[in-house]
Design a protein around this ligand. Structure first.
Ligand SMILES: NC(=O)c1ccc[n+]([C@@H]2O[C@H](COP(=O)([O-])OP(=O)(O)OC[C@H]3O[C@@H](n4cnc5c(N)ncnc54)[C@H](O)[C@@H]3O)[C@@H](O)[C@H]2O)c1
Length: 347
């Protein structure tokens, strides 16, 4: 491991659930260290003290006083744009947790601030850093699908009742479309290409909250492919990327596929990376060939932290830029708009 003096100090703003996941990895990361933590809660202060890290209640004080050379913004969505802009004003490259902001207007404000200052913005769609997705992208680019035709994805699972004790998770904006499905939309944009339009229906029939618990979505891609996505946090199923891909140890991993990409030459399943195609004659009476692709596992959050430093040092371009995150946000918001209007919505 590189000596700690060589590690880049990175500020963590917001030390809740995901902020703590970043901190835990930064403590043992060869490329970055925790410069300081900003979060007003007593729990965050206790955490910082227990780790011997500098703590600030206010992120602006952190930005003044800490030696941070980049920042991770892991605060609630409605604060993202303002906190991110404060970091940019200090010249700090930022990793914004997803969604990049709560509204298109705020995301636009943030992106423009970054562009004006020449400071890079990254968005925490960490699946892009997963070697499974990297390999899938390479396979698609090598042409295993041929021309993409259809895409099907599942993001269904059961969240515990205790999850909904926080009021915002029962209210508009707090549901599985903006919290979970946004990752699947980003994944499909990354693998298959831009999504031009969506149709959707949503339901809150199981939980009965203001926010949806289930949604069914139709997608039209710019390359002509069509897709379907189902999301629910109220169903007992294993068909969810977080359960199947093994990205975080707090989920018990299941051995199933959750995303199915099909084209004129073959098809590809995720996360198991099975490729189906014809080796000889083509046609429904002919036997298909299955190719399995094995990979070393790698923690995408660790890889994302390596990337943060590389971007901050100008060695890499953001894998998911602010603008890219904004397009994914637009797509997720279009799902809500389509469900509310009962019409197709152009993204
Ligand atoms: N990439 C992922 O898979 C993933 C997973 C979970 C959450 N997230 C995103 O991360 C963000 C945080 O989610 P969470 O589940 O950790 O929420 P959380 O409520 O557990 O934590 C947010 C923390 O931010 C603190 N905070 C609020 N305002 C602040 C401010 N101005 N300055 C400093 N700290 C502030 C709060 O005190 C809290 O501790 C959200 O945008 C969420 O969508 C991403």
């Amino acid at each position: 491991m590189t000596p700690s003096a060589a590690r880049m100090p990175v500020a963590v703003i917001g030390a809740g659930a995901i902020g703590r996941m970043h901190i835990e990895r930064m403590l043992r990361h060869p490329d970055v260290s925790v410069a300081a933590i900003a979060d007003p809660t007593p729990a965050a202060r206790t955490l910082a003290e227990s780790l011997g890290l500098a703590w600030f209640a206010d992120h602006r004080e952190l930005l003044e006083k800490s030696p941070a050379r980049a920042a991770i913004v892991a605060t609630p969505n409605h604060t993202h744009a303002d906190v991110g802009i404060h970091c940019i004003e200090r010249g700090l490259p930022v990793l914004m947790e997803k969604p990049v902001a709560d509204t298109v207007e705020n995301a636009e404000r943030l992106c423009q601030a970054g562009e004006r200052a020449g400071v890079p913005i990254m968005v925490g769609h960490q699946r892009r850093h997963n070697p499974i997705i990297q390999r899938a992208r390479a396979l698609v680019n090598e042409g295993v699908l041929g021309r993409p035709v259809s895409v099907n994805g599942m993001a269904t699972w059961l969240k515990p009742d205790s999850y909904f004790e926080l009021a915002w998770r029962r209210e508009k904006g707090g549901g599985p479309v903006l919290i979970n499905l946004i990752h699947d939309l980003d994944l499909l944009r990354f693998l298959v290409g831009e999504i031009d339009s969506v149709q959707a229906i949503t339901s809150s029939a199981v939980r009965g909250y203001e926010v949806e618990d289930t949604a069914a979505v139709l997608l039209r891609f710019a390359n002509g492919a069509l897709g379907t996505l189902a999301v629910s946090d109220a169903a007992v199923t294993p068909w969810n990327w977080d359960l199947a891909a093994g990205e975080a140890a707090h989920y018990a991993q299941v051995s199933v596929d959750t995303h199915f990409l099909s084209g004129t030459e073959g098809s590809l399943t995720l996360p198991r990376l099975n490729v189906w195609r014809f080796d000889g004659q083509r046609g429904w009476h002919e036997p298909l060939t299955l190719q399995r692709n094995m990979l070393h596992r790698q923690d995408p959050y660790i890889e994302q932290l390596r990337h943060v430093r590389a971007v901050a040092e100008g060695r890499e371009q953001p894998l998911c830029s602010g603008r890219d995150g904004l397009r994914t946000l637009r797509t997720a918001l279009a799902v809500h708009e389509a469900a509310a209007s009962g019409r197709g919505v152009a993204v």
